[in-house]
Design a protein. Structure first.
Length: 256
C-alpha cells in the first residue's frame, strides 16, 4: 500500500518562512522543492505557481519567483491535501494578480509524477527533443542573412510555448523571429556581420513575461561562431539532467 503524505510547503522567502513557522516544525510533513535553471521573471505582471494534481483534482500550492541565478532551494508551500505515488506536481506561469487564482494556465514549465517520496519535474515536451537537429547558414552582403533549418522539433503549442532564435554576439543576446515547430526554414536579416555571433534556439512561453530575455529551454545551439557560406550543424542539448549540455530547467519535489 502506498504511503500517504500530508504535505506542508512554505514559501522560500524570509518573510513568508517566518510566517509559516507559526504552523509548526514537524519535518515529517514537508514537501521540499529544489528548483534549478528556472529563470527569474523580471516582469511583475507574471509569477510562477506550483500546483498538485491528486485524486483527479488540482490544488494550488503557492506562487513564487526564483532567485537571480534561476534557483530556489528548500522551498516550502502550504498544502491542504495528502500526496501519494502517482500524484503530480507541476509549475505554471500565471498572471499577477491572477483573475482565476484557483485555475492553472496551460503554460506548464515543469511537471513530474510522485514516485515514492520524490517527483522529478521537467519540461513536458523534454523527451521530444531527443532527436532534434538543424543547420544554420550565413550568406548575403556583409554576412547579414541567416537561414536556419530544423528537423524533428516537437509541437510545444499545447503548453503555450513557441520557438525563437537568438544570437549571442559578444555577450549581447539578440532576439530573432518566433516560429512554429512545422514552419519552413526560417530566414533572418540583421544589421551586423553574423560571423561574429553564435546561435541558439529557445522555447518561449506565451504570453512571454520577458520578451527580450531568452527562456532557459534551449534545445539547439552552435558550437562556436557562425561561418560565412557554410551550413553549420546545430548541436542538440542533452535531455539527461546533470549533463554538461542539459540546457533546460528542472526541479525535485521531495516529500519528508
Amino acid at each position: 500500500m502506498a504511503i500517504r503524505h500530508t504535505a506542508l510547503i512554505l514559501l522560500a522567502t524570509a518573510s513568508l518562512l517566518a510566517l509559516a513557522g507559526c504552523g509548526g516544525d514537524d519535518d515529517s510533513n514537508l514537501v521540499v522543492l529544489d528548483i534549478d535553471n528556472l529563470p527569474q521573471i523580471m516582469n511583475p505582471a507574471f509569477i510562477y505557481t506550483a500546483w498538485v494534481r491528486a485524486d483527479g483534482s488540482v490544488s494550488k500550492l503557492d506562487s513564487f519567483n526564483t532567485l537571480p541565478d534561476g534557483t530556489l532551494r528548500l522551498s516550502r508551500f502550504a498544502l491542504v491535501q495528502t500526496l501519494d505515488t502517482g500524484d503530480d506536481v507541476f509549475i505554471t506561469i500565471e498572471p499577477n494578480p491572477d483573475p482565476d487564482p484557483d485555475i492553472p494556465t496551460d503554460t506548464v514549465v515543469l511537471t513530474g509524477t510522485i514516485q515514492g517520496d520524490t517527483a522529478v519535474l521537467l519540461f513536458p515536451e523534454l523527451q521530444g527533443f531527443a532527436n532534434v537537429s538543424g543547420f544554420a547558414t550565413v550568406s548575403g552582403a556583409g554576412n547579414r542573412q541567416l537561414l536556419t533549418e530544423f528537423f524533428n522539433l516537437p509541437d510545444v503549442s499545447d503548453n503555450n510555448f513557441i520557438y525563437q532564435g537568438w544570437l549571442n554576439a559578444g555577450g549581447n543576446l539578440i532576439p530573432l523571429q518566433t516560429f512554429n515547430f512545422n514552419q519552413a526554414p526560417v530566414s533572418d536579416t540583421v544589421g551586423f556581420d553574423l560571423t561574429t555571433a553564435q546561435y541558439f534556439l529557445s522555447v518561449e512561453p506565451l504570453p512571454d513575461p520577458d520578451p527580450g530575455i531568452p527562456f532557459s529551454i534551449r534545445p539547439l545551439f552552435t558550437n562556436g561562431n557562425l561561418q560565412e557560406l557554410r551550413r553549420i550543424p546545430l548541436v542538440a542539448s542533452s535531455i539527461v539532467p546533470d549533463q554538461p549540455t542539459f540546457n533546460y530547467p528542472s526541479a525535485v519535489a521531495t516529500i519528508r
